[in-house]
Design a binder for this molecule. Structure first.
Ligand code: ACO
Length: 331
C-alpha cells in the first residue's frame, strides 16, 4: 500500500436518531404500496420520523454534543463548525450558526452550511481536511442533520417510501499517527439537476397557495435515472480514490456507502469488486437520511466492532445536483 501521509483524521463519531418508527406496514395505509414491493425494490423495512417540534438544529445538536463528548472536547474547542443539510429549519441564517448557539460553541469559531444533498458529508470532510491543512483549525466539528420527512411528498409512492430523519456528527483533527484521509475524489453535474429537485419555495418560484396545493415545494425525483447515475458515479469515484492511494479492493476492510437503496449498494460493491460481507448496510432501519447516512453508518460500524484502529475504510456517496464522491480513510 503506497499512500500519502494523511493530514487530517476523524477522531470521534456520533449519531442521533429520533424514536418514532414509520414501518412499511404504516406506508401501506398511506399510499398504494406494499411491504413486499418496498423490501424487494429498496431493502428498506422502516425509517425514523422526527416529531414536528424536533428540527435539524435539535437533532444536529444532540449528535454534535455526543461527538464532542466522545472526543473529550468541549464546545469551546471547536474552531470550525460545518453543517450539511438539505432540509434547514429556516432558510436564513445558516443552520451551522443555529447549532453553534445551541451547543454553546466558541464564539471564535466560524460556522457555515455546505449543501451537496446526500454527498454533503464527503464534501464537508474534504473541506474540514482543507481547513486543517491550511492551519486554520485544530478541531473541525462536522454535523450532518436531515429532516427528509418535511420535504417528502407523502402522496408520491415512488419517493415517500425511501427517506427518513436523523443526524450524524464527526470531529476532524490533525492526523497524529499516520491515520486519516488517504484520498478523496468528488464531482458534480448540474445538467442532471432536474432529476431530483424542489421546484418551488425559493426565489425562482416563490410559494403561492396554488404551488403549495400542488406540492411543488416537495421533492420530485426521477428514480430509475438516479439509480443508474448513482451506481456508475459511486463505483467510479471509489475506484479512483483506491487507485490514487495505491490500494486495491482487497485492501478495503469495509465500504460504508450512502444508504439509498440496497440494489444500488450491491451494484456499486460489485463494480468496485468489494464483496457484500465487507459492506456496511443499515438502510433497512433508517432508509435514506441524505447526508447523515455515512456518519451514522460509521458510528454504528465502530460500535459494532467493524471499524477499529488501522481499518481501511472506503466511503462513497451520490445525491441531488447530481453530486457524488468517495473518500478513503485509514482509521
Ligand atoms: N409501491 C409499489 N409500486 C411502486 C412504488 C411503490 N412504492 N413505486 C413505484 N412503483 C411502481 C411504478 O409505478 C412502476 O409501475 P409501472 O411499471 O406500472 O409503471 C413500477 O413500480 C416500477 O417502477 P420503477 O420506478 O421503474 O421502479 P424501480 O425498480 O426503479 O424502483 C426506486 C424505484 C426505488 C425509486 C429506484 O429507482 C431508486 O431507488 N432510485 C434511486 C432513488 C434515490 O436514491 N434517490 C435519492 C437520491 S439521494 C438525495 O440526494 C436525496
Amino acid at each position: 500500500m503506497t499512500t500519502r501521509k494523511p493530514l487530517a483524521s476523524i477522531s470521534a463519531t456520533a449519531r442521533f436518531l429520533p424514536d418514532n418508527v414509520l414501518t412499511n406496514a404504516d406506508l401501506e395505509r398511506m399510499v398504494d404500496t406494499s411491504d413486499a414491493w418496498i423490501r424487494e425494490r429498496t431493502g428498506i423495512l422502516e425509517r425514523r420520523i422526527a416529531p414536528p417540534e424536533m428540527g435539524v438544529v435539535e437533532m444536529g445538536k444532540r449528535a454534535a454534543q455526543r461527538a464532542l463528548k466522545k472526543a473529550g472536547l468541549t464546545p469551546d474547542d471547536v474552531d470550525v463548525l460545518i453543517v450539511t443539510t438539505a432540509t434547514p429549519d429556516r432558510l436564513l441564517p445558516a443552520t451551522a450558526c443555529e447549532i453553534q448557539a445551541a451547543i454553546g460553541a466558541s464564539r471564535g469559531c466560524y460556522a457555515y452550511d455546505l449543501q451537496a444533498a446526500c454527498t454533503g458529508f464527503l464534501y464537508a470532510l474534504s473541506a474540514a481536511e482543507g481547513h486543517i491543512a491550511a492551519g486554520q483549525a485544530e478541531t473541525v466539528l462536522l454535523v450532518a442533520t436531515e429532516k427528509m420527512s418535511v420535504i417528502t411528498n407523502w402522496e408520491d409512492r415512488s419517493s415517500c417510501i425511501l427517506f427518513g430523519d436523523g443526524a450524524g456528527a464527526v470531529v476532524v483533527q490533525p492526523s497524529r499517527n499516520g491515520e486519516g484521509m488517504l484520498s478523496s475524489h468528488h464531482s458534480s453535474n448540474g445538467d442532471l439537476a432536474p432529476l431530483l429537485i424542489r421546484r418551488a419555495g425559493g426565489g425562482a418560484l416563490p410559494l403561492t397557495p396554488e404551488r403549495l396545493h400542488n406540492q411543488e415545494h416537495m421533492m420530485e425525483m426521477s428514480g430509475p435515472e438516479i439509480f443508474k447515475a448513482a451506481v456508475k458515479s459511486m463505483a467510479g469515484a471509489g475506484r479512483k480514490v483506491m487507485k490514487d492511494a495505491g490500494v486495491t479492493a482487497d485492501d478495503i476492510d469495509i465500504l460504508v456507502p450512502h444508504q439509498a437503496n440496497i440494489r444500488i449498494i450491491e451494484s456499486t460493491a460489485r463494480y468496485a469488486r468489494i464483496p457484500m460481507d465487507r459492506v456496511f448496510v443499515n438502510l433497512q432501519h433508517y432508509g435514506n437520511i441524505s447526508s447523515a447516512t455515512i456518519p451514522v453508518g460509521l458510528d454504528e460500524a465502530i460500535e459494532g466492532g467493524r471499524i477499529g484502529p488501522g481499518s481501511v475504510v472506503l466511503m462513497t456517496a451520490f445525491g441531488a445536483g447530481l453530486t457524488w464522491g468517495a473518500t478513503l480513510v485509514r482509521w
